[in-house]
Each structure stands twice: as structure tokens, then as C-alpha cells.
Ligand binder design. Structure first.
Ligand code: MRU
Length: 377
């Protein structure tokens, strides 16, 4: 995706120093574009936990590179043990996005067959790069598959733009490139389809107003920022043709964990007969889970609700209070939309029904551990 006309990924190995990984500090967007170096597993942990990077795909890619940085700095004699410890540490940074554990396990599995420290270091890097490249390519493919949906709607209303509502940021900034929910939007735009995006602001962290609006603006996609509560009203008045969101973890039965508030959009969409689609790469599926209620929901600091940061007139980023001192605030980060409210899942292999049989059939080769499959409660 482009930033001021220049193509960027959201994470990359430094061009001058192969022992340094670089990321964009998303806490500072849209006000400042700041690139931050990661030089250790601790840096990677902090980047994930404090949300310098966020979004399922990018969290996974950052963890992959964090494992590489661990291998680089580890003692030759204890390298595999140190990597195992680093994996457990990184996994504890945030609980909900499946891509985090998936990426760490992928690096650990790749190095498991090696003894020589140099081979372990090389394999760690190759795997981290593969995770990032694959994330970008899978999002590109999601874009191609999702474009067909938008095309179909466009052909049913040739005189008007297709209105898409999205929640949070499942865009380029949440992945390595393209994004999941935004990839079909970019692909449709490239195909000349007239479209417009309603962007939920996504309180409390404002991924929508701060990140999705900035990203769509950089790419020249028509969009309008709305409050989180406006979606239902817009849907009742025929102003939304499609709801398109991402996912942080999706069960093999099609229940979708995504940013808090997604479930309410799905309910409104169903009540108004509007298609509700979820875009995700296969790295976001949790093959072991059959019930969305078993997904761990991150609970973050109440300070994110009681305060807000923004650009002050003097150009500094300032935090101000929104609520009375000492108020009790509960900050649930995600909710689960049951599969029955999901019209389909847009994956790198195509659009699949949010149903266990269809999902398992499409991804049989990815499901290596089938012990808990077909367990019902
Ligand atoms: O808390 P975040 O910003 O890491 O949450 C993740 C998200 O951005 C959303 O839930 C998104 O819609 C799915 S992640 C691709």
C-alpha cells in the first residue's frame, strides 16, 4: 500500500542491517509516520503488547521476526531452549489473535529438525520472511475472491456506488500488505468499480478513524467516518450494500472473533437483509475450536475508555480525560459473531460458507491435528 505515493509494507528487515526489523508505530498515526526498529524479542513483545503493531496478520508477522531476533541473539548451546522460552513469552503478549501462536509454532516447527546454530538462525529468518510474504500474498488473493462479491452488487446498481461498511482496521496496517477486509475494496477499485466505504470509528482505540480512514485516504478510496452506533441507522435507510470485516480468530465452525462491536453490526445486517462477510487468511482459523464462546477475549485497560489521545493545536499528541475520576470502566477488546449471522468467509482459497463441513473440506491439508474435530458440546 502507498504512503504519500511510496509503497510500504508494515514490517520489513532493515535494508542496512539484517539484525534489525522495522515497523510503523501505529499509535502515532494518522498524525505522524514514525518507523521504529525492533532489535530483540523484548522489542517485539512490547510492539505487540503496546499496539505499536496490531491486527491479526501483522501480530503474527511480528512474532515470526521476534523469533528470528531471538535466534540471532541466543547462545549457541541453548538456542532451541531460548527460542522455546521466547515463543511462550511472545504468545503471552495478546490473547485473541490466532496468528500470534500460529506464527510462533511455525518457526519452532521449522527449526526443530536442526542442530547447527547457523542453520537454526537461517531457518528462523527464512520462516519469518515466508510468514510475511505469505500473509501479503494471501491478502492479495482474498482481494481477488472478494472483488467478485462487490462486482455482483455493482452490476445490480450501475448508477450508484457500492456502499461497504467496515469495522475497526482489517486493512493493510493489520497485515503485511493489502489487508483482509480492505483487499476486496482495493481490488474492486482497481477494476474501476465505483464504491464508497463507511468507516466505524471503533472506540476506544479508534482503529477506524485513525487507521482505516488514513489508509483509505492514502489509497484514494472514497470513505466517510461514522460513529460506532450509526451503522444500524444507515442499514435501515438502504445506505449499506455490504458489511465487510476482518477476524482475529475464527473457529473451524465459522464463529468469528473480531473487534468489539462487530456482533452488533452483524445483527443489524441480518435484520436488514444485508450481506455480512468476513475476510481472513487461513492463519486466523483456530482448527481446535468448535465454539466461539471458547475464544479468549482480551480485556484491556479501562484507561483506553476514560481518556483519548489526539493532536493538540500546538502539534503535540495529547491525552485528555473523558470520564469522571475513578469511574469503573470495562474494556472488552473483541466479541464473537456466531456463524449463523455470517454470509460467508473470504479466504485465500475462495469464499466458503461459515459452516464446519465446508471450512474443513477447503482446508483439510492445513488441519494436521484432528483430535478435537467433530466434538460437540
Ligand atoms: O486490537 P487490534 O487492533 O489488534 O484488533 C484487531 C483488529 O484490527 C480487528 O479486530 C480487525 O478487524 C481484524 S484483525 C485483521
Amino acid at each position: 500500500m502507498k504512503v504519500n505515493g511510496t509503497h510500504y509494507r508494515t514490517i520489513w528487515l532493515s535494508a542496512d542491517d539484517p539484525t534489525t526489523v522495522e515497523i510503523i508505530d501505529q499509535r502515532q498515526l494518522p498524525h505522524r509516520f514514525v518507523v521504529v526498529p525492533l532489535r530483540s524479542v523484548e522489542d517485539s513483545f512490547t510492539a505487540i503488547k503496546d499496539m505499536l503493531v496490531r491486527g491479526a496478520g501483522l501480530i503474527g508477522a511480528t512474532a515470526g521476526y521476534g523469533m528470528y531476533l531471538t535466534a540471532l541473539q541466543a547462545d549457541d548451546h541453548s538456542i532451541l531452549d531460548e527460542m522455546a522460552r521466547a515463543g511462550a513469552y511472545l504468545k503471552s503478549a495478546r490473547p485473541t489473535a490466532r496468528n500470534l501462536g500460529w506464527a510462533i509454532d511455525r518457526v519452532l516447527a521449522a527449526v526443530a529438525g536442526h542442530d547447527a546454530p547457523e542453520a537454526i538462525r537461517e531457518t528462523s529468518l527464512a520462516t519469518a520472511v515466508a510468514i510475511a510474504d505469505e500473509d501479503a500474498e494471501f491478502c492479495r488473493l482474498i482481494g481477488e475472491h472478494g472483488k467478485a462479491l462487490i462486482q455482483e452488487i455493482a452490476s445490480s446498481k450501475p448508477a450508484d456506488p457500492v456502499n461497504i461498511l467496515t469495522h475497526c482496521n482489517a486493512g493493510w496496517l493489520a497485515f503485511v500488505d493489502y489487508g483482509s477486509a480492505t483487499a476486496p475494496i482495493y481490488a474492486a477499485r482497481d477494476a474501476g468499480i465505483d464504491l464508497h466505504v463507511w468507516v466505524d470509528e471503533t472506540r476506544p482505540w479508534n482503529q477506524g478513524s485513525r487507521l482505516t480512514c488514513w489508509e483509505l485516504g492514502q489509497e484514494g478510496v472514497n470513505h466517510t467516518l461514522i460513529t460506532d452506533n450509526a451503522g444500524g441507522h444507515l442499514m435501515q435507510h438502504g445506505l449499506v450494500d455490504l458489511v465487510l470485516v476482518g477476524s482475529d480468530r475464527t473457529t473451524r465452525t465459522g464463529d468469528v472473533a473480531n473487534k468489539i462491536g462487530t456482533y452488533l453490526k452483524a445483527l443489524s445486517a441480518r435484520d436488514n437483509n444485508i450481506p455480512f462477510y468476513v475476510a481472513l487468511p487461513s492463519s486466523t482459523f483456530d482448527w481446535q475450536l468448535a465454539h466461539g464462546t471458547d475464544i479468549e477475549i482480551e480485556i484491556r485497560s479501562g484507561d483506553e475508555i476514560t481518556t483519548i489521545a489526539g493532536l493538540a493545536k500546538d502539534g503535540t499528541i495529547e491525552s485528555v480525560k473523558l470520564a469522571p475520576d475513578g469511574v469503573e470502566a470495562a474494556n472488552y477488546g473483541f466479541d464473537v459473531t456466531p456463524s449463523r449471522l455470517v454470509n460467508g468467509l473470504i479466504t485465500e482459497r475462495g469464499i466458503v460458507a461459515a459452516e464446519e463441513a465446508a471450512i474443513v473440506e477447503l482446508f483439510t491439508d492445513k488441519i494436521t491435528d484432528t483430535r478435537s474435530l467433530h466434538v460437540t458440546r
